[in-house]
Every structure is written in C-alpha cells, then in structure tokens.
Design a protein around this ligand. Structure first.
Ligand SMILES: [Zn+2]
Length: 478
C-alpha cells in the first residue's frame, strides 16, 4: 500500500466547482486546488443574511462547506488554521500536507486557501497569484476567507498571511519523489494551468478548467501534446459543458457585440454597460478594442482598473497573448462618491495620470460611452437614460437561487427602459472538443470532475478506458 499512488476527490464531484484533489504517494500527500463549493455555501449563507466570520469549526466544517480531509488510512489530515470566536490562533503543529497546488485564480478552485495553516506552501502561477491577491484585496464583504488573507498582527502594514510560491511556464516542482509540472492552458482568466504529476510509479494529469476555443487555445494544444507523448495512468478532467454545449469563440463575441453596439449607437443611444468578470481579461480586451473601433470612450469600474494597473505594474502583461488596455492610454475609471473610498481605490486615484469618469454622467452621457462593470449594476442608484444597452457577458451557469436574482434584475432594468442582451463565450471546453482531447490523450483511467454529468463520460469512453465515477472521499488506488 505504501508504494502506491492514491487519488481522492474532496470536491467538484457531480457538480461544478469546489475542486479539491488529494494525491498520496508514500508519506508525502499533496493537494491540487482548494476551491469554494458555492452550492454548499449557499445552503447556509447568502448575502444579506450573516456570512461566516466567527468560527471555522462551527460555520465551515460543521456545515461541510469545507471537507475534513482523510488520508487513505482514514486519518484526518490537520490542515486548517484555528480561527474561533473571531480570533486567529495560528496552529503550530506540523501538517502532513505541506504543499497545495492551485490551477487558477477562480474562487471555485482557489477560494479556500486562506483557511489553510500558514506553514503550508501554496504553489500557484505568477499571474494567478497576482489576480487572486488583487481579488482578495478589493473584496468588499468581510468573511472568514477574506479576513484570513491578511496577517492579523500586521493589519496596518497589510501583510499577506499566506505562504504563496509562484511558478511559471516550464517550472518543475519536486516534493520528495513526486514531481509536479504546470502547463498553461486557455481559460476565461489569464494564468490558468493544468498539471502533470509524476510519482515513481504513475503519471497523472489534472486539467483544471480549460477550453480549446479561446485566444490562447494554442496553449491547450501544447498541454494535450505533452500528455499524449507518454502513457498516462490517470486523467482527472473537467466537464462543465458536458450537459449542453454551445458553438462559441471570443471572435464571435467580438463580432456580435460590434454589430449590436454599432446599431444601438446609430439609433441614438449613447451608453453601453457591459457586465464582465473583473478577471476575464480577454473579454475586457475585446470590449476595449470595440470601443476604439466605434469611437467611443471606455470606462472601467475601480476594481477592473485596479487589476489592470496591477498587471501592468508587475510586468506580467508581457507574458499574455494579447496586449491589455492601459489606464494611461485613454481608459477612464468610474468615480463614485469620494466619501467612501477604500484604500486601494485611493491608491489608484492618487495617480495623477489616471482619468476619471464622474458617476453622474451615467444619467446623461455626453459622448458615446462603454462602461465595463464587474459588479451588478444598480439601476436605482443612478438610472441611465432609456434605451441604454446592457450586455451581460458573464458565466452562463446559474442555479435556482440565482435565477430569482436574475428575474429581479431584469424587472428593474425593464422599469427604466434598459435593453438587456447576453453575449458570452464559455471559459470551458465544448463537448466535441473535449471528446477529441480525451481521445488524443488516451489515458488508462479517467475521472470526470467539475461536471453535473459524469455519466456522459462513462457512456462515451467505457470501451476505451476505465471511467471512474467515484464518490467524494473514495480512495482510488492506482
Ligand atoms: Zn475556472
């Protein structure tokens, strides 16, 4: 048993998000991804009701929002820090888990790393680290996850509590006899990686989230080539779109959005509001370029602006496939009331070279304007003129609860004569592309993860490989 490679899933089993994978070889276990399971979280917590802020044990472990991780001998692995009754007591004891690897900065893959003990090393891509840290710094709601990002003793200095070790393309990380190699892939966030994990006995791959139809699809191809070069014992593969696929691409988003915005401007409307994820840099790029082509000014919310600025300052923008919009070259920052600015907003606006756009102009835009908003636009706060175009350009996976929210949102927009459209391209691989990917990689065994329809995988691949549809916590001995 000791010289076997053992794999256990602790999240994203039969559902989208909350990835946590334990891989054991001898006495050196590692964890891949440490994501937030939003579905389980919303069972107990949702804004405006109280969010978890007091106790990891009572609010997160008891509710099974974070799992108790057991090794293959049945022993619970101590890995969470101690935070009880609003106080952090850093655990001193050694955790057998010393290394956690994060594929990308989406919260369903990285959202719970702040709950880990400080001594645990968190390996993530350089760009993922920057995006993740910026998201945490600019978060408004206070929860256990956001509190524990900061070192309690150095609140004023704003020192990060986590022990993050950034890697880059071509890095090789050796944990005793396990070697982990990250491979960049295309996804709806820059700096996303898949991993090849090599133990002395077995070769395992973990895809993270990926797609073949984005601007950086060449990266996914290279990952596929690397995987198919040598026999693969196990592929742990995402399958978000296995239920229903859509034909899509970032170019298509650009084309459709161009036509739509152009005709809206022609009809006399001057304002377009686009709902984007602040980390979806490809999409932000697409709309920034559209604004230029359509001779419109581009405005971003401070959160988007802060992230763009951080990427540019770090120099990591040079590693991206496309250039990113610059606040120093005509991109304006939406300015809300000065009274309640956060420290990072002040930091941003202190830079004299940055131009701002007054929130009051939303009601009466003087020239053609495209606003990129990473939050939910509140029409009651500052109603835009009727015929304003609102484009939703965010993820398409919504659950029941979000459907109600969506309905309320559409009701409010309709009340003010705002026209709502949806233009999006998924961050996840389409079904046919995914089938081709798996056929090319030809693993001996396949574990679908991050999908509501793992059964599709077993129906399609059962004659070619062993497809394992396993429960959470079931130890697969390779
Ligand atoms: Zn993702």
């Amino acid at each position: 048993m000791d010289c076997k490679t053992i794999v256990t899933l602790y999240g994203a089993v039969g559902r989208i998000g909350g990835n946590i994978v334990l891989i054991e070889y001898k006495d050196q276990p590692i964890i891949i991804d440490f994501g937030k399971d939003f579905k389980q979280y919303r069972k107990y917590f949702n804004f405006p009701y109280p969010l978890p802020t007091r106790s990891i044990t009572r609010e997160l472990i008891k509710t099974e929002i974070i799992p108790q991780i057991r090794d293959s001998k049945g022993k619970v692995l101590p890995l969470y820090t101690k935070f009880e009754n609003g106080k952090l007591i850093e655990e001193e004891g050694e955790s057998p888990i010393k290394n956690v690897f994060i594929s990308h900065a989406h919260m369903d893959h990285s959202g719970f790393i702040t709950l880990l003990r400080k001594q645990i090393k968190i390996h993530m891509g350089g760009m993922a680290n920057l995006i993740y840290s910026t998201i945490m710094m600019t978060k408004r709601e206070v929860t256990l996850e956001s509190k524990l990002f900061w070192d309690e003793n150095d609140k004023k200095e704003r020192i990060i509590r986590l022990n993050i070790e950034p890697f880059h393309k071509g890095s090789k990380i050796n944990i005793d006899s396990i070697e982990v190699k990250p491979y960049p892939v295309d996804h709806s966030i820059p700096g996303a990686y898949g991993f090849i994990i090599q133990t002395p006995e077995k070769r395992i791959a973990y895809t993270g989230d990926f797609r073949m139809h984005g601007p950086a699809h060449i990266l996914t191809r290279d990952f596929q080539d690397a995987l198919s070069k040598e026999p693969l014992d196990l592929l742990i593969c995402e399958g978000t779109n296995m239920g229903i696929g859509r034909v899509e691409s970032e170019e298509r988003v650009e084309k459709d959005a161009y036509k739509l915005i152009e005709s809206s401007f022609k009809s006399g409307n001057k304002l377009v509001i686009v709902e984007v994820r602040s980390s979806d840099i490809d999409r932000i790029n697409t709309f920034a370029q559209l604004a230029e082509k359509l001779d419109a000014q581009i405005v971003v919310t401070p959160r988007v602006g802060y992230l763009l600025n951080q990427i540019q300052k770090s120099g990591l923008d040079k590693r991206l496939q496309r250039e990113i919009p610059s606040l120093y070259k005509g991109v304006k920052v939406l300015m809300r009331s000065k009274a309640r600015l956060e420290w990072w907003e002040k930091d941003l606006l202190d830079d004299q070279r940055i131009e701002t756009f007054d929130q009051n102009e939303i009601s009466n835009p003087l020239i053609k304007t495209i606003i990129l908003d990473s939050g939910r636009f509140n029409v009651f706060e500052k109603p835009p003129p009727p015929k304003t175009l609102y484009i939703q350009s965010i993820s398409e996976h919504i659950d029941e609860e979000e459907e109600f929210e969506e309905e309320r949102f559409i009701n409010a927009m309709a009340l003010y004569g705002i026209i709502v459209y949806r233009i999006h391209s998924s961050g996840h691989v389409e079904p046919i592309d995914l089938i081709n990917f798996i056929n090319n990689v030809k693993p001996k065994r396949l574990i679908p993860i991050h999908t509501e329809h793992p059964e599709v995988f077993s129906e399609i691949f059962k004659d070619k490989m062993e497809v394992l549809l396993i429960e959470k916590g079931y130890h697969v001995v390779l």
